[in-house]
Design a protein around this ligand. Structure first.
Ligand code: AKG
Ligand code: FE2
Length: 279
């Protein structure tokens, strides 16, 4: 595809599949990291407390979404390379718009067991400030948040694929499952069914190393995993620099020392200011 075709499709559909964006060597390294931390998949908590691996925190949004290794950029060199990976960073910069600079709002590695899924969420109707998607024939893109979902293994039927509704980032109509008591909500929650059973969704099958690059404004979620085994994915969410940090993890000195200036600017686009710095 040339640039015009890519732009057209992203505007129209709200997503792109970037095939084989991650090379085999990097994939092997990522999967080796997951294997080496399998105990955290099985036992993500000690009592009520999340476990930490250095500055990486094991976390879940709920019982159904699996284990999220949050702040995975602290997990080692391979995760640092993903920050400004050539497979997608230029597209993210372009669609967020260079005047906004990119930052990473949230980054995690997810491992999801059989039965795991996500509820349906988002859509053009939802008023979350970063669910914007603008391309009003001005030639100026302004996309509030772009999710880069990386498949570490093949994700096919029954593997709990991401599901989405192409074009739904543009709709003002509320998806029927997100209409509650006559009002649109941002996300369905417990009591709802897995997003894979929702009206109008498309299952997004990926090969290991493929990336699903999508606006967070699109109506999406995950189908239930019905196959044995675990789904492995990584999500880096790119936004304008003003939106840095869902959880506000404090960067370790070790990571700060290792980061290239370009990567540091993505993780810390607005350096802290204090009178001590002037001393
Ligand atoms: O886990 C998935 O398949 C979807 C993830 C998701 O909803 C997101 O990245 O915003
Ligand atoms: Fe999502």
């Amino acid at each position: 595809m040339d640039d015009r075709q890519t732009d057209y499709l992203f505007d129209l559909q709200g997503y792109l599949v970037l095939e084989r964006a991650i090379c085999d060597e990097d994939l092997a390294e990522l999967n080796t990291w997951v294997d080496a931390h399998w105990d955290y998949v099985k036992n993500p908590k000690v009592g009520e407390e999340n476990r930490w691996i250095g500055h990486v925190e094991t976390h879940s949004y709920g019982p159904e979404d699996g284990v999220n290794f949050q702040n995975i950029v602290e997990g080692g060199a391979i995760f640092e390379r993903l920050i400004d990976h050539p497979g997608w960073i230029d597209l993210a910069r372009k669609y967020i718009n260079p005047v906004n600079k990119v930052s990473i709002h949230e980054n995690f590695l997810n491992v999801r067991d059989k039965g795991g899924h996500l509820f349906i969420h988002c859509g053009g109707h939802a008023p979350l400030s970063y669910l914007t998607f603008r391309q009003h024939n001005t030639g100026e893109w302004m996309v509030g948040q772009i999710n880069v979902l990386m498949a570490l293994e093949d994700i096919g039927p029954g593997d709990g694929p991401t599901v989405l509704i192409p074009g739904s980032h543009k709709t003002t109509e509320v998806h029927p499952r997100l209409m509650v008591d006559g009002k649109g909500i941002v996300s369905a929650g417990s009591g709802s069914e897995p997003a894979g059973t929702a009206f109008g969704v498309k299952e997004m099958y990926l090969k290991a190393g493929d990336v699903l690059f999508f606006t967070d404004a699109i109506t999406h979620g995950s189908a239930e995993r019905t196959n044995e085994g675990f789904r492995r994915s990584i999500v880096y969410r790119y936004s304008a620099r003003h939106l840095r940090s869902r959880f506000n993890y404090v960067m370790s000195d070790e990571l700060r020392a290792r980061l290239t200036p370009e990567r540091l600017e993505i993780l810390e686009p607005i350096p802290a200011r204090s009178p001590e710095q002037a001393l």
